[in-house]
Ligand binder design. Structure first.
Ligand SMILES: [Zn+2]
Length: 285
């Protein structure tokens, strides 16, 4: 190959030798904006930010609840921070029948808020259809009823996103081995706080639900923000640098996260969708 031919081909040769996957190391990897980019997530310092119990329009889009409680927009916060999160929604909220109640209680149409979530690149997963207590539901209706309730949520989520949920978080993490096996047999990964799975694959509970309402006696002191940082610090001291963090769609959690996300980014953490987190972390534990 003479020099002029080499010059002609040089850009092509350089491109062909470019690594398909970013190398692990201190250089920042590109922000992952879609599931298609899963393979580019490096396996270090990852956080999957997750939210339960939505969709709640006044929290997601910003506005006021039916009781006049104001909230900044969680989706706008995620956009500003150029990160994405995973939402474990209750299926019933996506049904047309829920529209009136959602307008009255949560300041808008829940289904439309979920549609915004999806359009803005967030991941939507399964928190059952009715959010019924598994033990109570089992006593009343049996295991099959619970499995149908989970599938019912998947069907309505898929009708909105085009994607069948893969992850199931039981209400209040209440689960037992026999039921878990049946849920897994239907293709779901069950989210858990159980010590039977490696810490990096366990949910990290922010306890934000203790910091709402009139009884704040269980809200972590001096603040929930401080509690979450303490929890992560404790994990880091044990060499755990990957975290699945669980919050709820609550105004005070949006406020907490507006301070927490920049703090954790500054420490080198990258925020990714749960699917991308699992793809990167699961094989290492
Ligand atoms: Zn819940």
């Amino acid at each position: 190959m003479d020099l002029s031919t080499l010059m002609l081909y040089l850009p092509v040769l350089l491109l062909a030798s470019w690594p398909a996957r970013p190398l692990r190391g201190p250089s920042p990897a590109p922000v992952v904006n879609s599931r298609a980019a899963s393979a580019t997530v490096p396996a270090a310092h990852l956080i999957a930010l997750t939210f339960d119990d939505g969709p709640k329009p006044y929290v997601l889009l910003g506005g006021k609840s039916g009781k006049g409680v104001g909230s900044p927009s969680l989706l706008d916060l995620l956009d500003r921070q150029k990160i994405h999160a995973t939402f474990f929604v209750m299926g019933w909220r996506l049904s047309k029948n829920a529209d009136a109640l959602c307008r009255k209680v949560d300041g808008g149409v829940c289904r439309e808020a979920a549609d915004q979530e999806h359009r803005r690149g967030e991941e939507i997963e399964n928190h059952t259809y009715g959010h019924g207590d598994f033990r109570l539901m089992e006593r009343r209706y049996g295991d099959e009823w619970i499995l149908k309730d989970i599938d019912r949520a998947s069907v309505i989520i898929q009708s909105l996103t085009g994607t069948r949920p893969v992850y199931l978080r039981p209400p209040d993490w209440d689960i037992w081995p026999a039921l878990q096996q049946k849920i897994e047999a239907r293709g779901y990964h069950v989210m858990t706080k159980s010590t039977s799975v490696p810490p990096a694959l366990r949910d990290v509970d922010s306890e934000d639900y203790f910091c709402v309402g009139s009884d704040l006696s269980k809200c972590p002191k001096p603040s929930d923000y401080d509690y979450v940082l303490r929890t992560l610090h404790y994990r880091e001291r044990k060499g755990i640098y990957d975290h699945i963090m669980v919050f709820h769609e609550l105004p005070q959690s949006v406020d907490l996260l507006s301070r927490l996300i920049p703090e954790l980014k500054g420490r080198g953490y990258r925020f990714v969708l749960l699917r991308d987190y699992m793809a990167a972390v699961e094989n290492r534990h």
